[in-house]
Design a protein around this ligand. Sequence first.
Ligand code: SF4
Length: 270
Amino acid sequence: MGTSAPESSPRAPVLEVFSSIQGEGAFVGEPQVFLRLRGCPLRCRWCDTPGSWTLPSEPTARIARPAGARRDDAWATPFQAACWIAEVEPGAPRTVSVTGGEPLLWPAFVLGLKPMLGRRRLHLETAGAHPRALDLVLPACDHVSLDLKPDFDLDPPVELAHPRATPERAPRDAAEWAVARTECLRLVAGRDACGKLVVSGGHPAEAFAPILDEVERHASGLLVVVQPASPVGGVEAPSQELVDAVAEMARDRELPVRVLPQVHRLLGIP
Ligand code: SF4
C-alpha cells in the first residue's frame, strides 16, 4: 500500500517478523515471536540494529516463515501484522514482542495490534524516550521492557519526521532524558514491567547511580535487568567489577535486580 494510504489507517513499517528465543529482560529464554518495526530517532552507541533506524523509500518486511522467508510491503495494518505473526509461529500461539527500532513511533498501530492477537500476550520493548506515546499504548501491553538509557552512551537523536510517526520528539540532552525517564517510570510503576540498564565499560559505577535513584523514587519494586554491553561500534564491554558494582547499587536501593547478558547472542540466534 505504501505511504499513500489514508493517514487514519494505523499502519506501521515492519522490518521483520520472526520466531526466536527472548534474549533479554524479564522473559529471557521464552520462545516468542518478534515484530520489529522500522524507525528510531535514537543513536545508542551500542545499537545492534542500526538497520532499523531509517525508512527506505519503498520498504519491505521480511516474514521469516518456517517454510522460508518471504517479503511483503512493510507498511502493515495491525491485521496484516497479526497474519504475519501467525505465519511465522512454528506451533501454538506465542507471546509477541513488539520491538524496533522504536515501536512508540507508531502508537496507534501498537494499540490496534492487541485486539488482533487473540490470546497472545503483547510485550513492548521501548527505549523510554516517548512518554506520551507510552501512556497511549499501555492498555495494549501485557508487559513493558523499558530501557533505562544512560544519556552518556547516546549520540544526538535524528528525528524520523515521518507524517505517520508520533510527533513527540526524543530527548536531546541529559535534562530532557531525566524528564522522559521519570515520566516513563511513573507510567510503568506497579505494572508488569522491567527496566533494562545497559552497562558499558569506561564509566565509574557512580555514573549509573542517578538512573537507579530515579527508579527507586518513581517505580520502587521495578525489576532492573543489568545488561553488560556487547562490544560493538567502539563501545567497551564492562568489567565484571563494574557490573557487580551497578547490581549492588540497585540492591542498595532495594530494587530487584538480575544480571543478564544478551542470551540470543550467546546462542547465536537472531
Ligand atoms: S533505541 Fe534501540 S534501535 Fe534505537 S538506537 Fe537505541 S538500541 Fe538502536
